[in-house]
Design a binder for this molecule. Sequence first.
Ligand SMILES: Cc1ncc(C[n+]2csc(CCOP(=O)(O)OP(=O)(O)O)c2C)c(N)n1
Ligand code: SF4
Ligand SMILES: [Mg+2]
Length: 350
Amino acid sequence: MSYKIPAFRHPNLPKNELGYTTKDYEGAVSTLCAGCGHDSISAAIIDACFQMSIPPHRVAKLSGIGCSSKTPTYFLGNSHGFNSVHGRMPSVATGANMACRDLIYIGVSGDGDTASIGMGQFVHAVRRNINMVYICENNGVYGLTKGQDSATTDIGSTSKKGEPNALEPIDLCSIALQLGATFVANSFSGDKHQLIPIIKAAIAHTGFAFINVISPCVTFNNAPGSTKSYDYIRQHMASTNTVDYVPQAEEITTDYPEGTDEKVTMHDGSFIHFHKLDSELDIHSRRSALTRIKDYKAEDKVLTGILFIDEESREIHDTMNTTKTPLRNLTRPELCPGEAALDLINNLHR
Ligand SMILES: Cc1ncc(C[n+]2csc(CCOP(=O)(O)OP(=O)(O)O)c2C)c(N)n1
Ligand code: SF4
Ligand SMILES: [Mg+2]
């Protein structure tokens, strides 16, 4: 049986600055299991893009393979998309971004896709500071292939039919921080009030923005012994901060309380306003973020929120001094400047 999203929507749905409603940011109907955390993340991406009034044709969605990697079909149906090979999303995103820097790149991956087969690709996308949002929908399990433990499964955690996991997990936020990621956040699919502003901030960030989202797999990893279940995360989640994303030129009407508040200005003039719940966390310090992740883990807590931002981030195009023109728009004389230019280069090497 095939399903279709009904075309009818309430006529008074709110519109954004472009005159679009959330319907213009939706995709095909999801075929994931009912209650899967990944669907909530898709909904958060839809809301974030709608609220930021992003023209859908300016977004390119990329993914690998997995239930998580299927999700770009379920959001932003009017955007560009490329569903690649297991673990290969970062290289496809890198190539697309190098060829055209004008688009907003949203990569979606899973914990298997990122922390196992795709780890080699992930680390280089971080290191190169590719200007993209990278969302790892982390359920601590290989959902699509029916529930094997992944590299992010905690020690002692049990999936539906498995034995307690014996191996140390990989903490992707810590890895991203150590490799120099310029934006790192951790969140939970069941907390859209936290996740939506984080996604908006990540889109506004210049450079590689990594968001690890704990996203329970209701079919294979929502059992009482699992540390990635809805119950476990709700009981062990601790937020570092609450975040407001304030677009450039928007009037500031919110009355922010003094004290543990902080304003971070983004390259485009928009800013993120933090209300810090953990006064020990300095969001400009990698060391502070790494220490706090460990501290909370030792107390059996999952630290969520934006953990680190580098306001001075230089994305790869700035570092490599590449052309601002998308490659498809370069003309023949620009690509092939002639014999005199070639002679000049050759003479430099003589
Ligand atoms: C090269 C290759 N190896 C293995 C597979 C089988 N495979 C498909 S999805 C997957 C794991 C998916 O896990 P994850 O990335 O965590 O996504 P989830 O389904 O949990 O969202 C594997 C091993 C594959 N498709 N391609
Ligand atoms: S198997 Fe798990 S990850 Fe895959 S759609 Fe179902 S609940 Fe989601
Ligand atoms: Mg997974």
